[in-house]
Design a protein around this ligand. Structure first.
Ligand SMILES: Nc1ncnc2c1ncn2[C@@H]1O[C@H](COP(=O)(O)OP(=O)(O)OP(=O)(O)O)[C@@H](O)[C@H]1O
Length: 331
């Protein structure tokens, strides 16, 4: 278990992390989510004793990181920039780590196989792709078979097969009863991986919630209608008791109604429809709304061509409404 209590980090006049208090529990994957610059890496560095907090504290199973007797056996971490000696092969890099931490050498071969680097174990990492580098970083984190694992943006640079592998591995590690804490700036990725969510923006805690509750509260279902006569369609829908609002891309959106019923309304009024589709707002959108105020640098958000003034806008960055983005199989 990892406990943060009022954790704060200031760099000169800039507050990177502002009084974070939360607990990361064993047996589940906890996603640590925030837009770029939110303070995720700074928080993780403080959790690992690599940065000194300005205020507040972190406890790992009740102790400070520097009080852990065998840190690699207790906490494994993948941070963004992993220093690897350029002249050492992947195997030798892990051997050195193992040797200096009292880990038996056979474990090196085990973790290399586990992360799929067995075939390139005797190559130098300077020739590795970003994805292979990530796998080597994950191998280092797993070396001491620790009960607590922390990964900073582990899927960065991985191909779809690699992303699937990381996701499966994290869920497997949590199912073994370990504490798994993983940062990301992508809600859609977290929705497929995490059981619990910690969301921060500009160093502040914005949400500490189960993934299922977040999905339940933020998965808005609606029907998208498109017509060459949007005003007539809006009037016909209003007369039938349906409130239509302008969508991000010039269509009309109606909550709380079946697509078939809305199609009947349009047909009865003789209004041509070019589209009638049930939709679900993406979790990415919900995340962007939650963190919108705290994003440091916004892209330009223009209303789409033809959208009436005041119409809801698409985000200035990232994907717009997409698939449901929810994960299956989780009760
Ligand atoms: N050593 C430092 N000196 C000054 N400011 C810093 C330092 N490290 C981080 N910051 C600032 O603190 C804030 C949080 O940075 P941090 O890297 O922790 O965010 P992040 O959520 O990990 O973002 P990203 O996903 O872009 O890595 C940023 O505004 C960053 O510019």
């Amino acid at each position: 278990m990892i406990e943060l209590d009022g954790l704060t980090k200031r760099y000169g006049g800039k507050t990177a992390v502002a009084g974070l208090t939360f607990t990361v529990r064993p047996g589940i994957v906890t996603g640590f989510l925030g837009p770029n610059g939110a303070g995720k890496s700074t928080t993780m560095r403080m959790m690992l004793g690599l940065d000194r907090p300005t205020a507040g504290r972190v406890r790992i199973d009740g102790r400070r990181y520097d009080q852990l007797q065998e840190p690699l056996h207790e906490v494994g971490a993948l941070l963004e920039a992993k220093a690897v000696h350029p002249g050492r092969t992947a195997r030798n890099h892990l051997r050195c780590l193992a040797y200096s931490n009292g880990i038996p050498e056979r474990r090196v071969g085990e973790v290399l196989e586990l992360v799929g680097l067995g075939a390139v174990a005797d190559k130098r990492p300077k020739g590795f792709s970003l994805g292979m580098g990530q796998r080597l970083g994950i191998a280092s984190a797993l070396l001491g078979d620790p009960r607590i694992l922390m990964f900073d943006e582990p899927v960065n640079g991985l191909d779809p097969e690699g992303i699937h592998w990381v996701r499966t591995m994290m869920r497997h590690l949590a199912a073994e009863g370990r504490t798994v804490f993983v940062s990301s700036h992508l809600m859609s990725e977290m929705a497929l991986t995490a059981d619990h969510l910690i969301v921060i923006g500009q160093g502040r805690l914005l949400a500490d919630t189960s993934m299922n509750a977040f999905i339940r509260e933020n998965s808005r279902s609606y029907v998208l209608l498109r017509s060459p006569e949007p005003e007539r369609l809006r009037d016909a829908l209003a007369a039938a008791g349906h409130r239509a609002v302008a969508g991000a891309d010039g269509g009309l959106e109606v909550d709380g109604a079946e697509a078939a019923a809305l199609g009947e309304v349009a047909a009865a009024a003789g209004v041509t429809l070019h589209e009638l589709s049930p939709r679900q707002a993406s979790l990415e959108e919900a995340f962007m709304q939650l963190t919108h105020e705290s994003v440091e640098y916004h892209g330009r958000a223009q209303p789409p061509d033809g959208a009436p003034p005041g119409a809801p806008r698409g985000p200035g960055w990232g994907p717009g409404a997409g698939g449901p983005g929810t994960r299956g199989g989780e009760g």
